[in-house]
Design a protein around this ligand. Sequence first.
Ligand code: THU
Length: 136
Amino acid sequence: MMKASELIQLAAQAREKAYADYSGYKVGAALLAKNGKVYLGCNVENAVYPAGTCAERTAIFSAVADGVREFSKIAIVGGSGDRFAGYAYPCGICRQVMREFCDDSFEIILYDGKKQLKKTLAELLPCSFSKEDLKY
Ligand code: THU
């Protein structure tokens, strides 16, 4: 099983590809699938601001487009310019996209340049709405 520190390293590499010309806030994500594959993502902004997307969704959608839908963890790093700025918590939309494919125990690994912080999806998105709820 891949170590958290390795996944963080890959997220930091992905962050270098971020296209964040408007906010200047660069984010990288490394998503570990249950089959062992890793999918990278960065934020990709746009002159029409809402057309941009986050690093986490880039990684998740890349995996889904590759036919992979089962994930165990994601590492995320973010910050302006060359440095990490605190923990880059996933936004609400990304949390909901995680919920589509991941269960409560899905691990979200954050890194501020010094320390790691691990959260589960259940902690970051309690009382969530998911496809299970559509059955009722
Ligand atoms: N961003 C992410 O990539 N992930 C998050 O979860 C938070 C925000 C990006 C979106 C935008 O390009 C920039 O950070 C500032 O919001």
